[in-house]
Design a protein around this ligand. Structure first.
Ligand SMILES: Nc1ncnc2c1ncn2[C@@H]1O[C@H](COP(=O)(O)OP(=O)(O)OP(=O)(O)O)[C@@H](O)[C@H]1O
Length: 299
């Protein structure tokens, strides 16, 4: 299968006093949902802000849809939601809709109403003297931002932690919505979202990019990553001998469990082990731990 890219970046660099974003090569496959994963402060929002044009002070080149390197030309085709509410706090949902109609030529009012209903956004906010955005719950604020971008005719959604404030049912709904968005695009629509809710969002993750300390440390289609890594379980008798080959291992009174690179499995030959396909969560945690800024705490 020939993969095209919705977004391709080269030598993206931004230095803050205590942090450097340094992404030599970024590829967001077209037609798929890509999850951007990494621990707090890894640089996910900083990267998404540059890709969406919210910030423009990074170095490097970003190519959108293999058509343009100018965010001004691409921004009509991109729907972005951030972690901060970007509406004026005193606006009601009704005003958000009216202003979106003015701002975006492709804003579809009926689609917005349908999405607002489907997401059960607080209906008080759409009445004539509606409840202001500042009084909405965090989950409803995210739903309102999602309804606004989904009501447009975009080619790529860039969503910064859309799942965080949502309840489990809404996360499932969000996954359904993103799948339906991709399915309606004839392979031309793409989604890039950051998330800490890896398990809840795994069903809608085709491609994963894992970042640590401002750099991409692992990436790939989830099905390929699930072949690259493998979960290994066994008895505690052999734990001390195998743990050096495992990336993230825990032992308790019932035995040990860890994850290793499939190519290293031959190093465990002769040990009585059970092998399992890892989840994206297990892979992500193992990769993040290799590169983590976290220290150890003894309690
Ligand atoms: N305007 C700024 N000035 C200085 N440092 C900044 C600025 N914006 C971000 N940073 C720093 O850049 C680093 C990356 O932050 P960023 O918000 O991109 O991380 P993140 O991966 O999105 O984290 P989280 O998962 O906690 O949201 C952090 O150390 C942050 O303090």
């Amino acid at each position: 299968m020939e993969i095209k890219y919705a977004i391709e970046g080269h030598n993206i660099n931004k230095k803050y006093k205590n942090f450097e974003l340094k992404v030599d090569e970024l590829k967001v496959p077209e037609g798929f949902a890509t999850a951007l994963i990494g621990e707090n402060g890894a640089g996910k929002s900083t990267l998404l802000n540059f890709l969406s044009g919210v910030r423009r002070d990074a170095k490097g080149e970003i190519n959108y849809f293999n058509e343009t390197t100018n965010i001004e030309d691409a921004k009509e085709k991109i729907g972005y939601t951030g972690t901060d509410n970007y509406f004026i706090p005193t606006w009601s949902g009704r005003e958000v809709k009216e202003i979106s109609k003015l701002l975006f030529d492709d804003f579809d009012e009926k689609k917005f109403d349908d999405i607002a209903n489907a997401l059960a956004i607080d209906s008080d906010t759409f009445t004539i003297k509606g409840k202001s955005v500042s009084k909405l719950s965090d989950g409803n604020k995210v739903k309102l931002m999602l309804a606004t971008v989904l009501a447009r005719n975009t080619r790529t959604l860039i969503l910064d932690e859309p799942a965080s404030p949502l309840d489990p049912l809404m996360r499932e709904k969000l996954s359904d919505i993103l799948r339906s968005y991709l399915a309606g695009g004839d392979g031309k629509r793409s989604v890039l979202f950051s998330t800490h809710n890896i398990s809840d969002m795994e069903s809608v993750t085709d491609y994963a990019i894992i970042m640590e300390k401002g750099k991409i440390v692992e990436e790939g289609f989830v099905e390929d990553l699930k072949e690259k890594y493998i979960v290994v379980k066994g008895d505690n008798d052999s734990y001390e001998k195998v743990k050096g080959h495992l990336l993230n291992a825990h032992a308790n009174q019932f035995g040990y469990e860890g994850i290793c690179l499939s190519k290293d499995l031959d190093k465990l030959a002769g040990f009585d082990i059970i092998k399992e396909i890892p989840t994206l969560f297990q892979i992500s945690v193992a990769v993040m731990k290799q590169n983590s800024v976290l220290g150890n705490v003894v309690l």
